[in-house]
Design a protein around this ligand. Structure first.
Ligand SMILES: NC(=O)c1ccc[n+]([C@@H]2O[C@H](COP(=O)([O-])OP(=O)(O)OC[C@H]3O[C@@H](n4cnc5c(N)ncnc54)[C@H](OP(=O)(O)O)[C@@H]3O)[C@@H](O)[C@H]2O)c1
Length: 266
């Protein structure tokens, strides 16, 4: 069976993406390969997923011309400058490295087709919110492939590259903000007598449910808040506190900080 896609870097994101692709039947484990310098990671991914994992990117690039760059952003330049990875127009590069622009890739491999992606780590449970941007040489077929890959692990939207910094704040970093919010909710549940694990699961499921309501009800967040708040009821009391204490402003500042950092990295 021919290899169809290779992951450069087999860390957390690559493993999660490969897991999603297998689970959704987009690729079999034999159609994917990966590489990683760390022997322990190579062994883990091979054992967990049945995917062949090599040591270097050049080994992977000899076996497939669709490459997902899944190393940390600081390691991207090393692939081309130190390891001397050379990729021509027959290669599609799908980069998930935060903050590394299409132009940077085009300076290393001017002929390759580039698609820059910002997934989020919820791809581990097939609930990623991703966005992607095409480089000047990427074809419609490339975009269809990237969309199929990302849609197999959640929602995916094509955006202009300049908007990817905003995506980084809105969906790349925001799961961390949601975890903090859930923890704060669960902590008070615990303080008021609930077992900690029950409080956390109730908070987590409420987030899943609220997310699904936003995606499926056709209602705006404001309409949804109003629909939960009956006059004189319990929820309105909490909503008043969040409004008085400027939840929207603080959350906005957090998202802005992540966007600003993403811009500075670019
Ligand atoms: N985690 C997230 O929520 C998230 C969300 C969106 C995008 N991303 C992006 O996804 C990328 C991967 O993140 P991650 O959390 O999966 O990182 P990670 O767990 O550190 O995985 C990256 C792996 O690539 C390996 N590597 C480094 N240089 C390499 C090379 N030259 N050839 C092959 N493999 C190499 C690393 O080994 P060493 O440890 O030895 O360096 C590491 O095992 C990052 O660029 C990040 O910006 C992450």
């Amino acid at each position: 069976m021919p290899v169809k896609i290779g992951f450069i870097g087999a860390g957390r994101m690559a493993e999660a993406m490969m897991r999603g692709l297998i689970a959704e039947g987009v690729y079999t484990e034999k159609e994917m390969i990966a590489c990683d310098p760390i022997a322990e990671i190579r062994e883990r991914v091979a054992k967990n997923l049945g995917v062949a994992v090599y040591e270097t990117a050049s080994e992977v690039s000899k076996l497939t011309n669709v490459l997902v760059i899944a190393v940390k952003p600081v390691h991207v330049s090393g692939l081309f400058e130190k390891e001397g990875l050379k990729l021509g127009s027959n290669y599609l590069i799908i980069s998930i490295a935060a903050g590394i622009g299409i132009r940077t890739y085009e300076s290393y491999v001017p002929d390759a087709r580039i698609v820059r992606v910002m997934p989020n780590h919820c791809c581990m449970v097939l609930e990623s919110a991703s966005a992607y941007s095409r480089g000047s040489r990427a074809t419609d077929a490339d975009i269809d492939l990237v969309d199929e890959i990302l849609s197999s692990m959640g929602l995916a939207f094509e955006v202009k590259e300049g908007d990817l910094d905003a995506v980084t704040g809105v969906s790349g970093s925001s799961p961390a903000f949601m975890y903090m919010f859930a923890e704060a909710i669960a902590d008070i549940g615990k303080k008021n007598g609930l077992p900690g694990d029950v409080a956390l699961e109730l908070a987590a499921q409420s987030m899943i449910g609220a997310g699904r309501m936003m995606l499926e009800s056709g209602m705006t967040p404001k309409e949804l808040v109003d629909s939960v708040c009956s006059p004189g009821g319990t929820t309105i009391e909490g909503v008043k506190v969040l409004e008085d204490r400027k939840l929207k402003g603080i959350t906005g500042e957090a998202v802005e900080a992540a966007i600003k950092k993403s811009r500075s990295m670019g």
